[in-house]
Design a protein around this ligand. Structure first.
Ligand code: CO
Length: 141
């Protein structure tokens, strides 16, 4: 069962510049320090909003998974939405049983919040790239 919206992913050529835009236009001042995720080929900067987060992502290194997206959308754009799930493996198996494809190997990887994530193929999902993220507390209690 799908859980709460964790964040909205927005691809941009420059996370710091994008954060300034969100601050200037919307007063979104609760920005976290940017950090690199070399294994995923992205640089990430989170902005807190009252009921969720915005995840700004820019390409990092060669052959970033964002390269193709930014080639189509040079100024950036809305890239994915992320919902929390209690058990990532159960969610993965459920999605596959329903015929949805999981990007990559299908095995969860560690996402920007340090918990396992998977991505559901946008072609199985009305063109929307959906990230499912295991909530941190579920596996530690
Ligand atoms: Co994300």
């Amino acid at each position: 069962m799908i859980g709460r919206l964790n964040h909205i992913g927005i691809a941009t050529p420059d996370v710091e510049k994008a954060a300034k835009t969100w601050q200037a236009l919307y007063g979104a001042t609760h920005a976290h320090a940017a950090f690199d995720m070399p294994e995923q080929g992205v640089r990430v900067k989170f902005i807190d909003v009252p009921n969720s987060q915005i995840e700004l992502i820019e390409p990092l290194g060669e052959n970033s998974p964002l390269d193709a997206f930014l080639a189509r959308n040079p100024a950036g754009g809305q890239h994915h939405v992320c919902f929390e799930v209690e058990d990532i493996l159960a969610a993965r198996d459920d999605m596959q049983a329903k015929g949805a494809r999981i990007l990559g190997t299908g095995e969860p990887r560690i996402g920007a919040h340090g918990t396992p994530v998977i991505f559901v193929h946008p072609k199985d999902n009305g063109g929307v790239l959906v990230e499912l993220m295991q909530t941190p507390q579920e596996k530690t209690q």
